[in-house]
Design a protein around this ligand. Sequence first.
Ligand code: SF4
Ligand code: SF4
Length: 345
Amino acid sequence: MSEIISQEKLRRLVGEWIPAGTRVYGPRRVKPGLVLYASLKAADELLLDGYVRPANSIKEVVFPRHEVLYSYRLEGKKISLGDPEPLSAEQIVVGARPCDAASLPILDHVFNWDYRDSFYNRRRELTTVITVACPRHDAHCFCTSVGLAPDAERGSDVLLIDLGDGSYEARCATEKGRKLLAGRTEQSSRIGRVPPGPEPKFDPSAIRSILEGNFDNPLWPELTLRCMGCGACSYSCPTCHCFDIADEGNARAGVRVKNWDACQFGLFTLHASGHNPRTKQGQRQRQRLLHKFSVYPTKFGEVLCTGCGNCTRNCPVSLGVQTVLQQAVKRIPVTNGSEAAARGA
Ligand code: SF4
Ligand code: SF4
């Protein structure tokens, strides 16, 4: 038996959660042609179909673009520090894509590695993710090349699969998800099915050997020559997580904040000495690929990419991971004999 919930009932639930003080986020059309994950003020703002995926990612819900860590004030010789208000509001993301939900357990590694980031972890505890399986994909999607699928449950508390009649099969994957929908679903014998995802486009382990064996290959700067260093790829990526710590205010009072940063910016690696180990955009592009397909897997055992395609979809010059890696696979011979695997064959 399966559990089902109608779209109307789901909207009614959203309409109950918002006035009860829960922060509800979901896909919202913010202007013609642009769908973003955004805070919802009313249930009818939630957009559940008619697009491939929002242009941003749900990482913003657990890792905000700008976050105050503490405040400081100097009075005479006395320095006082103040904590921000403790995080306590429950958050629900409704209508996440599986490639967004899957980014959360991937991000958990880095925010619990040599230092446990209490801000990130508190937001994770307070967040419940309801995912809707993908009814369609576009040329930029490659979830199946990184071990995921249009109905992957990873990172979701509930996965909804459209039954085509205004209702969803609701697969509760965690206790949080079960608790949220307890008494709100009906039993059914119907099982949701999604259309096949994109054909696999490459094998991450073969990509890794190409990257590791070709650090100085002139192809990287050549392939990425048109990159403008705008950072749209990193900011819209569900797994990119670089940040900078800055003090805002003056010597007497202010706040210490955590702001998003991106490896595609020229100042990202600028040392206080004036030395910059990555002065060229091609080096920064190679770094992004190496981090995702070599460094992160070495450290945490999985790639730092869910194949969402946002880095290509949002790139003003059509670069992004898939574009560059597909060219690299075509033009750099694989030295470990896994050429066919690299091509996804
Ligand atoms: S790859 Fe595209 S999106 Fe990323 S920094 Fe370069 S131009 Fe911007
Ligand atoms: S690297 Fe690109 S495809 Fe992979 S998760 Fe980030 S935005 Fe999505």
